[in-house]
Design a protein around this ligand. Structure first.
Ligand code: PLP
Ligand code: COI
Length: 340
């Protein structure tokens, strides 16, 4: 199929309308069979639960063109499982894992000419989501839902691509203990909008959130988990019940141990320890691994030895190995690559 006429190497992280999206509706206790549609508009009742009480969750994953020309997605089974956990926490019906993978497969195949070519630096971002559709005015879950998935070609999440970014420690909290920080609920992102707009106004690329209860441990940013590298080359990542269990982070820990022979630690990370790390990065589907050069905590600067020009050496190796697996020129662990 001829690829669309898009300047792949120069697109940012934005929405470009593609030809097809996948839709399935839940009513009377079950999901319908689902279908692809060209209609990008949704018409809902004014009192739909998603509008009143933000009953919605979502996922994010990418499709890649491999070196040998296949289209693949990366560990979609884990996105399916996480969306089931999000749905359960928000009192929504679960969209079954096999249905999720089938929907993604059909969606990407139908939009194959929007999947950026190998080597372009762009990828196809897939956004599955689910929301309560019927009118609800007393606070209770909806009884009808829509599962939908669309896709859009994207470039780097942070302008400048692999250039280290500067972040600040924010006074806002992202997630309460026993709240919804560990699931991908739209509400977690609504409440982060003020903090990110303010961070940008002050000249920072992102916010570092600390744990809401004690404000002493590192949690995550609005859209990615943290990885740190110690001076002796150990990969450290924060453990917390109120951060999103990033699929990228889980994959990086595996790659660090099994491909690069590095030591890894997943544990609570006190903010006071951050100044002693050699490298820092943000990891996620959108962020891939974005290096952090500087963290500003109320005027106090932590500048990582890796500097503001390029990724540190360990993060670079992790990045090269992870993206190598995703793009098909490094052999993937069993089950990580789903061919479309
Ligand atoms: N943390 C938050 C708050 C996110 O929104 C995301 C993005 O999905 C991540 C972490 C990274 O998760 P993943 O690697 O599964 O994309
Ligand atoms: C992702 O990495 O897929 C995300 O959801 C992060 C952000 C775009 C919200």
């Amino acid at each position: 199929m001829a690829k669309k006429d898009i300047d792949w190497s120069n697109i940012g992280f934005g929405y470009i309308k593609t030809d097809y999206r996948y839709v399935s509706n839940f009513k009377d206790g079950s999901w319908d069979e689902g279908t692809l549609t060209t209609d990008d508009m949704i018409t809902l009742n004014e009192c739909a639960c998603v509008f009143q009480y933000a009953q919605t969750c979502f996922e994010g994953l990418k499709a890649y063109t491999t070196e040998d020309g296949h289209i693949v997605t990366f560990r979609p089974d884990l996105n399916a499982e996480r969306m089931m956990n999000s749905a359960a926490r928000l009192e929504m019906p679960q969209f079954p894992k096999e249905r999720f993978i089938d929907a993604i497969t059909k969606l990407v195949a139908a939009n194959a000419d929007f999947v950026p070519p190998y080597g372009s630096g762009a990828t196809l971002y897939i956004r599955p989501y689910m929301f309560g559709t019927n009118p609800v005015i007393g606070v209770k879950p909806a009884s009808e839902y829509q599962f939908r998935a669309f896709c859009t070609p994207v470039g780097p999440y942070f302008k400048g691509g692999a250039k280290p970014i500067t972040i600040r420690v924010t006074d806002f909290d992202r997630a309460a203990p026993h709240g919804t920080g560990h699931v991908k609920a739209g509400l977690n992102y609504a409440m982060s909008l003020h903090a990110i707009v303010d961070a940008h106004k002050q000249g920072y690329d992102e916010n570092m959130y600390l744990d809401a209860a004690t404000r002493t441990y590192v949690e995550e940013t609005g859209g990615a988990n943290f990885i740190f590298v110690t001076k002796d080359g150990t990969v450290v990542t924060p453990k917390s019940d109120s951060i999103l269990p990033s699929i990228t982070r889980r994959s990086i820990l595996y790659v660090a141990e099994h491909y690069l022979g590095l030591k890894t630690e997943e544990r609570p990370v006190p903010f006071t320890e951050v100044k002693d790390f050699a490298e820092c990065g943000l990891c996620g589907t959108a962020a891939v691994i974005s290096p952090v050069g500087k963290i500003v905590d109320h005027g106090n600067e932590i500048c990582f030895p890796s500097g503001m020009e390029k990724m540190g050496p360990v993060i670079q190796k992790l990045y090269d190995t992870l993206t190598g697996i995703q793009m098909g020129h490094i052999e993937a662990p069993e089950g990580w690559i789903h061919v479309i």
